[in-house]
Design a protein around this ligand. Structure first.
Ligand code: 4AD
Ligand code: MG
Length: 480
């Protein structure tokens, strides 16, 4: 007998041929209508049971959350909102779900807060919201690979355990196999990492960029797509301690080409979602609309979710230098009225998310690419401009999200890079291999990192980054 998925079945014509479907019961009304979901689509399949022909004891086991196999034929639906339904001939209970137990969980069909759902992250995927988000996440991941593969990039995997701090920010998780209760000490009384597994200090990677650069300088175009880790104590709706980053790196690209790549890439994956996640996005758009009803009018979005996505595809990102941005911010209303938490006083200030969001949401009202930042607020590897005080850095800022991409043209000049490392006290011995790239056929090259969860947030309209990754890791939380 043919086993069907609901997504395919909903597109099939009525037929007398018996088929079977596996799924989980979402509802069972009047001892007659089973709403079945198998995860293939946000839509449930209506399965009609002639209860007169079924054992009472079996009907009792068709409860919300139970796994069942339904046998029957595809019939034209009498109900609204669906073309076909299943005329059930047999029900096999695969896994029961006791209603008394279900009542205690988020599987029970009530409105549960997103906070509550987070506590039951192993069950929240049974809800419409999370299945829609996670299917969309999966499609977006595919779109990322498709974009780069179609454009001649090589997928490379950079190490997760590393001995270097790529961002120089020092917010790393240590990796060690030493006994924490009794670590070996050196003559100065410090922990002796020479006796550790790797015979040196190691940590989880914060970025695969430096290794990606080595491959770009041979393969031309590469990208990574893997987990990265940051031990920054940022308890915000945009930060995770473990997140997935996409990092393309391209030999011979300058910063303008890097901006073009970022903009093209983002447009491609957003359009891919619009085309390939129609039902889920429609559901998420309605969800967002409901959520926004509880907000004051001024905070509600003027555009629907899908309008916001279409806007990305149809409009150019505004490119603005850091210096221009500072002028705009200095003269802005919230700055003059001291509404910003961090008042912009002068050139050189690091931009906070309140400033980024002002530029994107209030001033330009479109995605913005800021470039040419002050050297001293950016990482050591960014190319120094002729003015001697700015670097060829870029950040892509998105409405509702803030920074979604960070990237730069890399310092390709051996002497300039060595000087920069010396100024920042970065050990040349640790990064000799990185300097080698500047000795053997150096060339202009550029790349960027896009936080995958921030992209998923933007596309799904979810307000909290914890709700777009299956099992979020944040300060104080590593459950599951
Ligand atoms: O701006 P970042 O720190 O840039 C780098 O790591 C570069 N090495 C990338 C490169 O040039 N190859 O991080 C890049 C992006 C950010 O723009 C943001 O989207 C995301 O990674 N990101 C985070 N996402 C979730 N949680 C966090 N804690 C994040 N930190 C950065
Ligand atoms: Mg950044």
């Amino acid at each position: 007998m043919q086993q069907k998925r609901i997504i395919d079945l909903l597109e099939t014509k009525p037929s007398p041929i018996e088929i079977s479907i596996n799924g989980w019961v979402r509802a069972f009304r009047s001892n007659r209508f089973i709403a079945l979901n198998d995860g293939s689509t946000i839509k449930n399949l209506q399965c009609v049971v002639d209860f007169e022909n079924f054992e009472e004891s079996l009907l009792k086991k068709i409860t919300i959350g139970a796994a069942v196999r339904i046998f029957g034929t595809i019939a034209e639906s009498q109900g609204q909102g669906q073309k076909v339904e299943i005329q059930v001939s047999k029900v096999k209970i695969l896994g029961e779900a006791d209603p008394e137990d279900v009542k205690m969980t988020i599987i029970s069909p009530k409105r549960h807060s997103l906070e509550k759902l987070r506590e039951e992250a192993h069950l929240r995927i049974r809800t419409n919201t999370f299945s829609a988000v996670m299917r969309t996440r999966s499609k977006l991941a595919f779109a990322v690979h498709e974009y780069f593969q179609k454009n001649g990039f090589n997928y490379m995997n950079t190490p997760i355990v590393t001995g270097s701090d790529a961002e120089g920010a020092g917010e790393m998780f240590r990796v060690s196999a030493l006994d924490p209760k009794n670590p070996p000490l050196d003559e100065n009384g410090n922990i002796d990492y020479k006796q550790d597994f790797f015979e040196k200090e190691t940590n989880l990677t914060v970025s695969g960029q430096l290794e990606a650069e080595t491959y770009a300088m041979a393969l031309g175009k590469v990208y990574t797509f893997g987990p990265t880790f940051r031990a920054e104590n940022s308890n915000t709706s945009r930060h995770l301690a473990e997140f997935w980053m996409i990092e393309p790196e391209v030999a011979f690209n300058d910063l303008d080409q890097n901006m073009d790549l970022a903009e093209n890439f983002i447009k491609y994956v957003v359009n891919y979602a619009i085309e390939n996640c129609k039902d889920d996005l429609e559901f998420l758009e309605q969800r967002l609309l409901q959520e926004e009803k509880s907000k004051p009018q001024a905070e509600r979005s003027e555009m629907s979710l899908r309008d916001k996505l279409a806007f990305i595809g149809e409009n150019n990102f505004k490119r603005v230098s850091y210096t221009e941005a500072i002028d705009i911010l200095k003269n802005s209303k919230p700055n003059k009225k001291k509404k910003f938490k961090y008042i912009i006083e002068e050139w050189g200030a690091d931009l906070q998310s309140e400033h980024e969001r002002f530029l994107v949401e209030k001033h330009f009202k479109c995605p913005v690419i800021l470039f040419d930042y002050p050297a001293n607020i950016k990482a050591f590897y960014m190319r120094l401009n002729d003015d001697g005080k700015t670097v060829r850095a870029m950040d892509v800022l998105f409405p509702g999200i803030g920074e979604i991409v960070g990237g730069s043209q890399r310092e390709e000049r051996y002497d300039v890079l060595r000087q920069k490392m010396a100024d920042l006290d970065i050990d040349e011995k640790e990064l000799y291999w990185y300097l080698d790239l500047r000795k053997f056929g150096t060339a202009v090259h550029s790349g960027f990192g896009l936080g995958f969860e921030r992209l998923v947030q933007f596309v799904t309209g979810m307000g909290n980054i914890r709700d777009v990754i299956p099992y979020p890791r944040t300060p104080g939380n590593a459950s599951f």
